[in-house]
Every structure is written in C-alpha cells, then in structure tokens.
Design a protein around this ligand. Structure first.
Ligand code: PRP
Ligand code: GUN
Ligand code: MG
Length: 192
C-alpha cells in the first residue's frame, strides 16, 4: 500500500507501506500506541495532580500524539504550540534547528510540559529547552513518544518516554517522510 498517492483510512493498518519509493514495515500498531499514551496520560495526571500544566506541542510532528495524550489527562491543562524544523525532506537530521513559530502563551511562572513525537539527535529538544528558559517558567518537563537513544548526541532530560526505538527512520502517527505519511494511524520503520 502506498501512502504517497493512496488513501489509508484511519482504521486501516497495513503491514507494509510504501512512501516516496521506500518500503516501511509496521513497527508499533495503533492499539499499542494508544495503550502506552493512556499510561503516560495517567502518569502525568498523577504527577501534576496539584498543578495546571501548559502543554507545548512541537509542530508539526507532535500534533497527533499531543491530541491523543491530552484526552488521557484527567487534570486541568492548557495547550499551545511552537514550530521547529530540522529534518527537512531527508531521513537524517540536518543538524540545524530553525524556529518557524514561537509560542503565543505567557508561560512565566507556569508548569510547562514540552511534547515531542520523537527525540533523535536531541538537538530540537535542546534548542526548545534553551529557548523556554528565557520565559522563566516555574518548571519544565519533557514528554516524547519515541526516543532513539543510540542517536542522541546531547544530554537532554526526558521525563516521560513512550517507547525506546532503534536508530532507524520511522514514519506515521504524525511523523513524516517529506511531509507525507503523518496520517498513518501506526508507526512504521524503514526496511533496509
Ligand atoms: O532530535 P532531533 O534530531 O532534533 O529530531 C527530532 C525532531 O525532528 C522532527 O521534526 P522536524 O524538524 O523534522 O519537523 P516536523 O516536526 O515538522 O516533522 C521531530 O518531529 C522532532 O521535532
Ligand atoms: N519522520 C521522522 N522524523 C524524524 N525526526 C527525527 N527522527 C525522525 C525519524 O526517525 N522519522
Ligand atoms: Mg518535529
């Protein structure tokens, strides 16, 4: 099944998808993802029981994970977004992080949860954490659905991690390949 020019309905999870001429194999199915996101939601709700955090989603990749995670939070919370770009259309990080949109919310004195789809080299998360400190939040914690520990080059604190994954390129559930494949309901890994 191709994701470049074929519609994959939200309830379909093929074993293999083709995107921009590359084959990807099913790695984390929708049920597995939802179960883990629910666990993270429960854990964050417990940890923030006496606080009202603001979730900062990192566009574009984190939009789907953030939307699901918020629905598993049983505490009052707010949301805002910033937008970065580092991967471009490639399968490896450019090593350069660009800020494409700043946050709008005033986070001074607030409890911030940075929500990422993936921490790979760690350069995006490092850039975000440095930027956010300037706004003097009361606390900052990080949430990432995926972590490629083998690829992480910098020391960034990760407070909530959904899945540790191998150092391979993945797509789906918000993660793109040249802007495509974000709409897949599961996560697929590059076949080499
Ligand atoms: O740890 P790193 O090596 O910095 O990589 C992680 C970042 O790369 C991807 O975003 P990207 O910049 O490709 O933009 P996108 O979110 O719009 O897909 C991903 O969504 C993370 O934000
Ligand atoms: N789609 C995608 N984006 C990334 N950004 C950093 N790592 C990855 C990855 O493995 N897949
Ligand atoms: Mg991103």
């Amino acid at each position: 099944m191709a994701c470049a020019n074929t519609t994959v309905a939200f309830n379909e999870t093929p074993e293999v998808v083709e995107c921009r001429g590359e084959r990807f194999r099913l790695f984390l199915d929708a049920a597995t993802i939802q179960k883990r996101v629910a666990e993270l939601g429960r854990q964050i709700s417990r940890d923030y029981a006496d606080r009202q955090p603001i979730l900062i989603g990192v566009l574009n990749g984190a939009f789907m994970f953030l939307a699901d995670l918020m629905r598993y939070l049983t505490i009052d919370c707010e949301v805002d977004f910033l937008k970065l770009s580092s991967y471009g259309a490639a399968k490896v990080s450019s090593g350069q992080v660009y800020e494409l949109k700043k946050i709008d919310a005033d986070i001074q004195g607030r409890h911030v949860l940075v929500v990422e789809d993936i921490v790979d080299t760690g350069l995006s998360m490092q850039f975000i954490l440095e930027r956010l400190q300037a706004y003097e939040p009361a606390s900052v914690a990080t949430v990432t659905l995926l972590h490629k520990a083998e690829a992480t080059q910098v020391d960034v604190p990760l407070d909530y991690v959904g899945f540790q994954i191998p150092n391979k390129f993945v797509i789906g559930y918000g993660l793109d390949y040249g802007q495509l494949a974000r709409n897949l309901n599961a996560i697929y890994i590059l076949e080499e």
